[in-house]
Design a protein around this ligand. Structure first.
Ligand SMILES: NC(=O)N[C@@H](CC(=O)O)C(=O)O
Ligand SMILES: [Zn+2]
Ligand SMILES: [Zn+2]
Length: 430
């Protein structure tokens, strides 16, 4: 049985050793382990539960030129993730039990991060007929998170039926909240002062918040669970805060880029900064940061959205929406929220591991560092400064909005079921 001894790590503040055997934590504190056992010196590092990403696009099957389950898993592992939820907008989409099991099995074959398929809400993400929700939930993939992400479930009646259907399975719908009539087909950025000046067609923040308002009402009506994907506006935050106060079963995620990057970045017409929902003004960013810190927003999710060169290198209006996020999420969030004093490291652990694991129904992730818990862990160095280099990415794509920026806080080693999967940005295969 494989054993690993992590020595001198900070365990919620206090230094200690952790002995892992057969993928499980078996001893914590001062461990007198026999010589010859594999050791990992973690002096000055924090040992945390591995990160869980509720929102990753892996592009396989269908767009393996942009990302594969193998390349996306590598990016996730070096980013400190032990589990990622793989969005359903592949080609073909994940709208059947077979499709979900295929993603699960390919993720296991790669074996460096747990890949959990998200199931589509509607067949072919078309918004009309419900997908095989029950069969996906009962499949080997145990799908609990459902989303038509990339598309919003526009029809309130379809959304209501899906919420009712998923309730007995403990399922949750992650909604890409965007009213398609308010966000017309040509819109490519936030509608406001910057878009007006640049002559780019935009869409208003209200296109998001009207759907958030509708969906919390549907969650209330059905007593079922809704999760708001990539929240980007102050108005959405207000509605979520109100809904939580009413006891409505709503959860929400925010991306590192909506927290840290503002709409003025589109002024250079660089399609790297074209994303859906669009980068918003400072007032929205401030509200998102406050909501993440006070827990109104439960989780950080990357919305890692790789795109091949030939889809991204176009005029701003014609380029694909989306940006990379897996490898940089911890550094960005740590620097922006923890180094700045807005949140503690414990808060970060809740937003990046504990809460996303709970929302997705994952028992093996986001657990406290206790004897008997599965050893899905990450060691981070909160003092180390990193500069992002898009050429050094494990992703097959290069649409990295963080290129050239520096952050305080780095992922050191990621551990999946007791086995290191990434160390200092290098991937370790079994
Ligand atoms: N976020 C994006 O801009 N793009 C995502 C879709 C999505 O998350 O809505 C993609 O699949 O490329
Ligand atoms: Zn989306
Ligand atoms: Zn997405």
């Amino acid at each position: 049985m494989t054993e690993l001894l992590i020595t001198g790590a900070r365990l919620s503040g206090t230094p200690g050793d952790v002995l892992i055997r057969g993928g499980t934590i078996v001893e914590i504190g001062r461990v007198d382990a026999p010589a010859g056992i594999e050791r990992l010196d973690a002096d000055g590092l924090d040992l945390l539960p591995g990160f869980v990403d509720l929102h990753t696009h892996l592009r396989e099957p269908g767009r393996e030129d942009a990302e594969t389950i193998a390349s996306g898993s590598a990016a996730a592992a070096v980013g400190g993730f032990t589990a990622v939820l793989a969005m359903a907008n592949t080609d073909p989409p994940t709208d059947t039990a077979e499709a979900a099991e295929l993603i699960l099995d390919r993720g296991r074959a790669v074996g460096i991060v747990e890949v959990i398929p998200v199931g589509a809400v509607t067949k072919a993400l078309a918004g009309q007929e419900l997908a095989e929700l029950g069969l996906m939930a009962r499949s080997r993939a145990r799908v609990r998170l459902f989303s038509d992400d990339g598309h919003c479930v526009q029809d309130a009646r379809v959304m209501r039926r899906a919420l009712e259907y998923l309730k007995p399975f403990g399922g949750v719908i992650s909604q890409h909240a965007q009213d398609s009539n308010l966000a017309g087909p040509a819109a490519c950025c936030h509608e406001g002062e910057t878009s007006g000046r640049l002559g780019l067609p935009g869409w208003p923040g209200a296109a998001e918040s009207v759907i958030v308002a509708r969906d919390v009402q549907l969650a209330r009506h059905t007593a079922s669970r809704v999760h708001i994907a990539h929240v980007s506006t102050a108005e959405s935050v207000e509605i979520i805060r109100w809904a939580k106060a009413k006891g409505i079963a709503v959860t929400a995620e925010v991306t590192p880029h909506h927290l840290a990057l503002g709409t003025e970045l589109v002024a250079g017409y660089d399609p790297t900064f074209k994303v859906n929902p669009p980068l918003r003004p400072t007032t929205d960013q401030e509200s998102l940061r406050a909501a993440l810190a006070d827990g109104t927003i439960d989780a950080v999710a990357t919305d890692h959205a790789p795109h091949a060169r030939h889809d991204k290198e176009h005029t701003f209006e014609a380029a694909a929406f989306g940006m990379l996020g897996l490898e940089t999420a911890f550094s960005v969030v740590h620097d922006l929220m923890v180094t700045s004093g807005r949140m503690t490291m414990t808060d970060l652990v809740h937003r990046m591991s504990v809460n996303p694991a709970r929302i997705a129904g994952l028992d093996e992730h986001g657990r406290g560092l206790d004897v008997g818990a599965p050893a899905n862990l990450v060691l981070v160095d909160p003092a180390r400064r990193v500069t992002v280099d898009r050429a050094a990415s494990w992703s097959l794509s290069r649409n990295n909005p963080w290129h050239g920026m520096s952050f305080t806080g780095a992922v050191h080693t990621t551990i999946l079921r007791g086995r290191p999967t990434a160390h200092d940005r290098k991937v370790i295969h079994a």
